[in-house]
Write a protein that binds this ligand. Structure first.
Ligand code: A3P
Length: 298
């Protein structure tokens, strides 16, 4: 994302050229100036926190459980990724224009930190669904993602260091989460964790329906929605799981998976091989305010 002000760069220089190359003239100011609508809903996350899962859920709730459309139209067309213009170097998309063309109620995805979201989101208090996840699982999930896309060639230990030192794409995990954590009691913010979704999706859906102002679901509809958004079902759907699309349009490793394991605590199998010192620092790097936050304890 190119912009002039120095604290406006969520992406490190080398990452921005490798990953988020944008068309000329596609400035942060255009994202910032997006005209919002009364019924817009933003799904905001730090990458790999469960964005796709939440998008599929929220899109269905906002669209009267239209399973047919969800099973025939790519999620990335139903819910636009605000600041990411390209899935391949040769196919740039003007996502601002796509957002403008999207029918209401729009569900807009963004990984931008609070201060970089369209200013009208804050001016008009648009609805925001924020999904957070245990940083260690985020770290492992994003490590495999970037290795699979051949954007990261270093080892896991180095990746851990860069994560802690905010050197990665979208910069600081902590700064991102803390801003929304502080807003978690605001009526226009729905703050939820990946771990809560795994533990009790039913109650998350019930609360989310109330937040979105949609009719509560019958027991049968609830079961259907839970089934549709299960890891296994979404993983085998090319419309929800971006693995196929990424493999077609980008250079990926043969075993690349956008949806890998979909579990809580996957880090335990991998971070034991990384030095434990950075992990201790990972805790310390967090705001004291949320050091007792449940996902960190797991
Ligand atoms: P893993 O890499 O740990 O498997 P995002 O959508 O923000 O990029 O997050 C991706 C992570 O969410 C991946 O984690 C992916 O497998 C997981 N995920 C996606 N859909 C899911 C679902 N329906 N249930 C559980 N986890 C899901």
């Amino acid at each position: 994302l190119r912009c002039s002000g120095s604290n406006w760069l969520p992406l490190q220089q080398d990452w921005s050229t490798r990953w988020c190359t944008v068309p000329e003239g596609y400035a942060a100011s255009r994202v910032h100036a997006l005209e919002t609508r009364d019924d817009d809903v933003f799904v905001v996350t730090y990458p790999k926190c469960g964005t796709t899962w939440m998008q599929e859920l929220a899109w269905l709730l906002l669209n009267q459980l239209d399973f047919e459309r969800a099973s025939s139209v790519y999620l990335r067309e139903r819910s636009i990724f605000l600041e990411y213009s390209g899935i391949s170097k040769h196919k740039r998309r003007d996502t601002i224009q796509l957002c403008e063309q999207l029918a209401s109620p729009r569900l807009i995805k963004s990984h931008l930190p609070a201060q970089l979201l369209p200013r009208q989101v804050w001016q008009h208090k648009r609805k925001i669904i924020y999904v957070a996840r245990n940083p260690k699982d985020v770290l492992v999930s994003s490590y495999h993602f970037f290795v699979g896309l051949e954007y990261w060639t270093g080892d896991l230990n180095t990746y851990v260091d860069e994560f802690i030192n905010n050197q990665l794409v979208y910069s600081s995990y902590w700064a991102h989460i803390v801003d929304f954590w502080r807003l978690r009691h605001d009526p226009y913010v729905f703050f939820v964790t990946y771990e809560q979704m795994k533990r009790d999706l039913k109650s998350v859906i019930e609360k989310l329906s109330t937040f979105l102002g949609v009719n509560s679901l019958s027991a049968q509809q609830l079961e259907q929605l839970i089934g549709h958004t299960s890891f296994d079902n979404m993983k085998q759907s090319k419309y929800a799981n971006a693995t196929g699309l990424l493999k077609e349009t980008q250079k990926t490793s043969t075993d690349f998976e956008f949806m890998r394991r979909g579990i809580v605590g996957a880090f335990k199998d991998e971070l034991k091989t990384a030095s434990t010192f950075p992990l201790i620092r990972l805790h310390c790097a967090g705001s004291k305010e949320i050091n007792n936050w449940l996902p960190l304890q797991q």
